[in-house]
Design a protein. Structure first.
Length: 260
């Protein structure tokens, strides 16, 4: 039995050594997809997982009481998918168009009952009729279906064996298909409204791995909406919701797997 195990161990060691030598020796090593990056145009697809939340700038009157922030965002995790179109510019630069569909759900909590103190009105704000906020009034679960169209300029290094590192950056046009921006109802009727058309910037880094039939790229991307996404509540709605925020902007960190 001991001799059998010894033979197995020796054979496994020899196989591992041969495989390692074939993969990493610099002489007589076959590169995979050698001409792939020489194509002027190429395409592929990607899958991604997201971590999303909101960047919130609070209104100093309705969004803050003392040292307490009255509006808070809860992060969420979601997924998406899209297509890749690549235009080779030169040996080190590519231009990429990567339209995709992203699904998201985030949560905002409004602990703004203390705004009743402004019910009589101020020099800059009209009076309003206070209401007692229920748990349903305080929490908004915001579902979003995002059509994300990024244009990225990619800078990559030289290939090292069958891999190549890169960084990329660019701008995005993002359409929120569930924005409710055209609704006449607002938070008084439990309808949270945000902008439909948005603009963002993105930055990405990853490593491209070359296989015999395809190129696999794991990458990390950050996307940050630049415009204010708030659609203000109606003028007759008490300042418990959108009035408590000056700016609301989506920010996302994505883990992307690209197949080309």
């Amino acid at each position: 039995m001991d001799k059998f195990l010894l033979r197995i161990l020796v054979l496994a060691s020899v196989n591992i050594a041969v495989f390692a030598d074939a993969q990493f020796r610099t002489r007589n090593r076959m590169d995979k997809l050698e001409d792939f990056d020489e194509q002027k145009f190429s395409w592929g697809f990607y899958l991604n997982g997201n971590r999303l939340d909101y960047r919130i700038v609070l209104n100093p009157r309705y969004g803050v009481e003392g040292n307490q922030n009255l509006v808070r965002s809860k992060e969420s995790y979601s997924f998406g998918a899209g297509l890749i179109g690549k235009w080779r510019l030169n040996d080190y630069l590519d231009l990429r168009l990567e339209p995709g569909l992203q699904f998201a759900q985030r949560q905002l909590t409004f602990n703004t009952q203390s705004n009743n103190q402004y019910a009589a009105g101020t020099l800059t704000n009209a009076p309003f009729a206070p209401i007692a906020l229920t748990d349903k009034d305080k929490v908004r679960d915001i579902k979003s279906t995002l059509v994300d169209i990024p244009v990225l300029l990619e800078l990559h290094g030289e290939r090292w064996y069958n891999s190549r590192p890169y960084i990329a950056a660019g701008v995005n046009y993002i359409v929120n298909l569930q924005s409710n921006s055209g609704s006449t109802d607002d938070n008084l009727q439990q309808v949270f409204r945000s902008t439909t058309h948005n603009f963002a910037w993105s930055a990405e880094m990853g490593i491209q791995f070359y296989f015999s039939k395809f190129k696999l790229t794991p990458a990390v991307r950050g996307t940050f909406i630049m415009n204010n996404e708030i659609v203000a509540d109606n003028a007759t709605t008490p300042p418990y919701w959108t009035a408590a925020m000056s700016t609301l902007q989506t920010r996302a960190v994505m883990f992307v797997l690209k197949f080309e």
